[in-house]
Design a protein around this ligand. Structure first.
Ligand SMILES: C[S@@+](CC[C@H](N)C(=O)[O-])C[C@H]1O[C@@H](n2cnc3c(N)ncnc32)[C@H](O)[C@@H]1O
Length: 195
């Protein structure tokens, strides 16, 4: 099992290797030097508890959402920010990730478009101006956010942000930009990545 260590301000890159550092990602990233990371793979909170509709509401039965663990937010984070603050926060995170990757490094930043007040909230806003090379579509096996106003969204975006020298491993380019990966089901975390 991977060792988990609490964040402290004197943490070095070497101390981070093969460990899970428990703390605020921005605070941690800011202590690390430029170009020290090969790859960032991340899925931030999607601000789901900030909802214009009657979908997710914390600690309620949420009608059709009643089995969705995500409605409770995360243990120490309630996923409910004003839209403008959420975008600004995520842009700060992406800026740090891009600073940390090496010249041939890459960031795989996963997020999900949403419809709020009847209009698309396009997460492309978060990565605008950063070195975006590709948008990979993550096709999941299903979803629960049924709405009479739009087709059931079962895709998410994985933004591939990278420096010029980034190349895929040999042969990897035979894979397409649509990744069909089932979501993890048997896990107490509300939004786990499958292994
Ligand atoms: C959408 S989930 C993604 C989980 C991911 N798919 C996985 O398997 O680890 C977002 C995660 O970000 C965590 N989180 C929220 N705010 C954070 C912060 N400031 N720094 C680091 N992690 C944070 C939440 O607790 C939650 O576990």
């Amino acid at each position: 099992m991977t060792e988990i260590i609490e964040f402290n301000n004197n943490i070095s890159v070497d101390a981070c290797l093969n460990k899970i550092i428990y703390g605020d990602c921005l605070e941690i990233m800011r202590t690390l030097p430029d170009k020290c990371v090969d790859v960032v793979i991340t899925s931030p909170p999607y601000n789901l508890l900030k909802s214009s509709g009657n979908g997710l509401k914390k600690n309620t039965k949420c009608g059709k959402w009643k089995n969705a663990a995500i409605k409770n937010g995360y243990a120490e984070y309630d996923d409910n920010m004003p839209y403008v603050d959420y975008i600004a926060w995520q842009r700060e995170c992406v800026a740090e990730m891009c600073r940390l990757i090496k010249d041939d490094g890459a960031v795989f930043y996963n997020n999900k478009n949403r419809v709020q007040n009847g209009l698309l909230e396009d997460r492309g806003e978060i990565v605008k101006g950063f070195p975006l090379r590709q948008i990979i579509i993550w096709k999941r096996s299903g979803a629960i956010n049924f709405n009479a106003g739009y087709f059931l969204p079962i895709t998410e975006q994985i933004y591939l942000l990278c420096n010029k020298a980034f190349k895929l491993a040999q042969g990897a380019n035979k894979n397409t930009d649509v990744w069909e990966v089932k979501q993890e089901m048997k896990n107490p975390h509300p939004a786990p990545f499958p292994e």
